[in-house]
Structure formats: structure tokens, C-alpha cells
Design a protein around this ligand. Structure first.
Ligand code: URA
Length: 204
């Protein structure tokens, strides 16, 4: 059970991090998330922290847990191909998740786990302050947009995300998660349309 004190501690810790390096260290030293004890590694982020494109996924899987980097398994390979299709890769994209530790057996993160990680994720977005934020999959989309809608309704719709008064609104779009696309390749057509829209937004 996550208590209010746990969440307040996470918020106070995260808010005090004024660089990405400090935030990474704070997440590594944060012991209140029980997933830490069942995982091998913290999975904080990969890519360029000066990028204008930030991608947020759900949670690390087995490969990510082993290596300590996000999106390095099969779904990650597809994400790399999706980015390549719009001339992006990990040198000009910043990639992270709403959960920093692997949920056992790749189960869906619980609301408590999401709530506890959220202050760090929010600070992460503030510090990266990307031009475009892509939310990969339903968990990232619902968490960041504070929505209960399903991904089929959410995907492809642009939002002006006001994550904090400290930074301007961010152009934000949910897309299907690459793991979902591996299971349902017929949905790639919609994703291609979303990717073109992302490419266009990045060039404005
Ligand atoms: N799926 C995610 O959402 N994130 C990862 O890092 C890997 C797979």
C-alpha cells in the first residue's frame, strides 16, 4: 500500500532535482517503490536529453531490466524502426517510461506504482521540456493525460499538455504501443498516420 507520505516524499524529492542527472540519481536512490526489490536494474532513460522529441512508454520488460535501458527488446526494435521512418533515432530522441522498474512477469503496473513514480516522470518531462511528447500505449497516455479513455480513442489526437506552470504547454500525442502493434500488425496503418503527424509537428 502506498501512503500519502510516500507520495509526498516522492514529490519533494523529484521537485528538488534541477538536472536530469540529479533526477536519475534520485530515482536510483528511491526505495519506496516495491518493484525495486523484484527487479535487477532501474531503467531510467535512453537517448539525447536535449532532444526535441520525447517518448514515454509503460514499464521495462525482461530485456530492459537486464540491460538497464528502455525499449531494447522486441517492442523496442519496432519503436526504433518507427522513429527511423521519420528520421529520428536515439541520438535525437529521449526515451523513458512511466515506471522505472520491471513489474514481475511484465504485469500491468498498479495504480499505486504509477502514482508513486509520477512525480519523477512529471519532473522528467519538465527537465527535458521537449517540443513534442509521444505517449506510447494506454498506460503512458492515461497517466500523463489523466484520462480514462482507451488507446483507440486517445491515439492520434494532439493535446497541449500543461504539465507545470514552469514550462510552456507541450504538443503531446498518444500512439499505439509497439508491443500492441507486434500483436496486431493491421493497426500499423493508423500508427503510420500518427508518425507523419509527429514528423510534421516537429518541423513546424
Ligand atoms: N515496453 C515499454 O513500455 N517500455 C519499455 O522500456 C519496454 C517495453
Amino acid at each position: 500500500m502506498v501512503t500519502n507520505e510516500d507520495v509526498i516524499e516522492a514529490e519533494n524529492t523529484a521537485i528538488n532535482c534541477n538536472t536530469v542527472n540529479k533526477l536519475e540519481l534520485a530515482v536510483k536512490n528511491f526505495n519506496n517503490c516495491s518493484l525495486k526489490s523484484t527487479s535487477k536494474n532501474v531503467v531510467f532513460a535512453d537517448g539525447n536529453n536535449k532532444a526535441d522529441l520525447m517518448v514515454i512508454g509503460e514499464a521495462p520488460g525482461a530485456e530492459e531490466d537486464k540491460i538497464g535501458l528502455p525499449f531494447v527488446g522486441l517492442a523496442g526494435k519496432l519503436l526504433d524502426r518507427m522513429l527511423a521512418a521519420i528520421n529520428y533515432d536515439r541520438t535525437n530522441t529521449y526515451i523513458t517510461n512511466v515506471i522505472f522498474w520491471r513489474p514481475p512477469g511484465n504485469r500491468k503496473p498498479t495504480d499505486d506504482e504509477i502514482t508513486l513514480c509520477y512525480p519523477f516522470v512529471k519532473q522528467h518531462i519538465i527537465l527535458i521540456n521537449p517540443k513534442v511528447l509521444v505517449l506510447s500505449g494506454v498506460v503512458a497516455a492515461q497517466t500523463i493525460l489523466k484520462s480514462k479513455l482507451g488507446i483507440t480513442r486517445l491515439r492520434g489526437v494532439w493535446h497541449k499538455l500543461q504539465i507545470s506552470d514552469q514550462i510552456n504547454k507541450i504538443d503531446t500525442i498518444p500512439i499505439f504501443h509497439p508491443a500492441f502493434l507486434l500483436r496486431q500488425p493491421e493497426r500499423k496503418r493508423e500508427t503510420w498516420s500518427d508518425l507523419k503527424s509527429i514528423r510534421e509537428k516537429l518541423t513546424i
